[in-house]
Design a protein around this ligand. Sequence first.
Ligand SMILES: [Ca+2]
Length: 214
Amino acid sequence: MLNGENLEPFPEYPSPCRKEEKMKYKILIVLIFVLSFSFCTTTFAVQLIVNGGFETGDFTGWTPQDPPVFDGEITSIDSNSGIYSLRMGAVDWISQSFSSVATSGDLSFFAKGTGFSGAANVRVDYSDTTFDDLLFGGAGVSNDSWTTFTLVVNNSLLLDKVTFSTFETDPILFDDISLEGPDQGPAVPEPATMFLLGTGLAGLAGIFRKKFRK
Ligand SMILES: [Ca+2]
């Protein structure tokens, strides 16, 4: 009697090919966990400078010297990267204070003279207590090209502010100012980030699982 209700389903025996697919799936899951772990243990340095490339087109994050002494401006005439840079004239200064305080960090920036004779002089102050005088160009070397400076700030002071000053009568341009604080240890993603990461990985695992089952 051919009655569908009485027919026993064929038992499912795993084929060697199916076993191999399951093994691939397990390896994939292990890889995902390893990648997740490395993501969670990566250290990161905090960028302390806001608007270091001046790409907001204004002085956001910065405190310029009080006008009318300050005749600097954000200009789109020239830049090291992006559209804008900071142009400062004679005896101008601009500073930025940080909400987070660090004891050391790597300060880097680009500066460019405007082709005047002699060396261009730029002063960088840290927290109003120490400074570096930097010269570029001069003695047959033009200052009319973007020059990069990297200063390792490492002192016992609390670093909460940097100031850039110019002393030339001709303008000097600044761009891409960056101050990275010390490594903050393992990155701890926010719960929302972890949720997105988790659902993304689960989705990825699902896609591979379906693929392997085909
Ligand atoms: Ca820029």
